[in-house]
Design a protein around this ligand. Structure first.
Ligand code: AMP
Ligand code: ZN
Ligand code: FE
Ligand code: FE
Length: 298
């Protein structure tokens, strides 16, 4: 069974993280096309206002934000990298894999995302059924309405629970109703990290393990490297300064690229504004150089 290790979100340590000098890129951002609360245009505008030169939108299993965000980014002079955060699992653990610089129209990617989105719809229906069995009467259609046109997920179930007074904070949903060992819990994606990394690489992208602290198993990271992992998200709002140091050293040892970002979800997660965690352009150049080498050698 997939346990929801991703639910035990550590408290943000944003102000304490020692950001590298010259940091101008936030490479982990969510919009309304997944569980963020801001439109893609607003995300780009906020990034511009925060003085960022480069961003990556990384919605969960969704790339629809880019059609809207790209013209805004061009107008404001913000460099927008294609990005995504894909769900996978291994050994009962949830794994979030970021992908950067892929072709967002690639056929294999499009098919993968359609399958994952359909799976997420079924998952929500199953969660709602399980909740109804314990007397929690929310409606799946209402959850889909809350999610709107984007990828549906547990945060939207949480919002329905909040609306109907079953909880008073969104975090409570994950500790009482839809987190691991809770009555409404249904495991996420059954796909392996190797599989989703393959989808990203086939679409010309660079796979990077998101927030490694939520995985808590460094040995798995070495396995992912054998399966095609290229980078590690060293800077993340859930990482303490010690974790940043630890994962920085691990990335060096495993010869992985480094990335970082705030994982901002707009109003859905307080205290994580866009640009609150950022990395230097050199990190972006690292991703681009890897992609160029991979393209030339294939
Ligand atoms: P899903 O992909 O549907 O399993 O939903 C996972 C998302 O739920 C994560 O990406 C977070 O944005 C959010 N999440 C996970 N745990 C918590 C929590 N304890 N409190 C608030 N949001 C959470
Ligand atoms: Zn999320
Ligand atoms: Fe994540
Ligand atoms: Fe995220």
């Amino acid at each position: 069974m997939t346990t929801s290790n991703q639910s035990s979100t550590p408290q943000p340590h944003v102000s304490a993280i020692p950001l590298p000098a010259g940091a101008v890129a936030d490479l982990h951002l969510h919009t309304r096309f997944s569980d963020g609360t801001d439109s893609p245009a607003r995300v780009v505008e906020l990034a511009h206002a925060a003085g960022l030169s480069t961003i990556a939108i990384t919605d969960h299993d969704n790339v629809e934000a880019f059609a809207v965000a790209e013209p805004v980014a061009r107008r404001l002079g913000v460099e927008l990298l294609t990005g995504i955060e894909m769900s996978a699992s291994t050994q009962g653990l949830e794994v979030h894999m970021l992908g950067f610089l892929f072709d967002r129209h690639h056929a294999g990617l499009t098919q993968h995302l359609a399958e994952q989105q359909a799976r997420r719809v079924e998952r929500v229906r199953e969660m709602v059924k399980r909740l109804q069995r314990v007397g929690v009467t929310i409606d799946a259609e209402e959850v889909f309405e809350i999610a709107g046109e984007g990828t549906v997920g547990r945060p939207h179930v949480a919002r329905a629970l909040l609306k109907h007074g079953y909880i008073t904070t969104l975090a409570e949903a994950f500790s009482r109703y839809i987190g691991p060992d809770n009555p409404g819990f249904v495991p996420g994606s059954p796909l392996s990290p190797a599989r989703v990394m393959r989808v990203i690489r086939d679409a010309g992208g660079v796979p990077v393990l998101a927030h490694p602290i939520y995985l808590k198993r460094d040995a798995l990271i070495e396995e992912f490297v054998r399966d095609g992992l290229v980078g590690l998200e060293v800077y993340h709002s859930g990482h303490t300064p010690e974790m940043v140091r630890h994962y920085g050293q691990l990335a060096d040892r495993l010869k992985l690229l480094k990335t970082g970002g705030s994982d901002s979800h707009g109003d859905a997660k307080e205290g994580l504004p866009i640009g609150s965690v950022k990395v230097p352009c050199a990190f972006v150049d690292g991703l681009k150089a890897w992609k160029t080498r991979a393209t030339n050698s294939s």
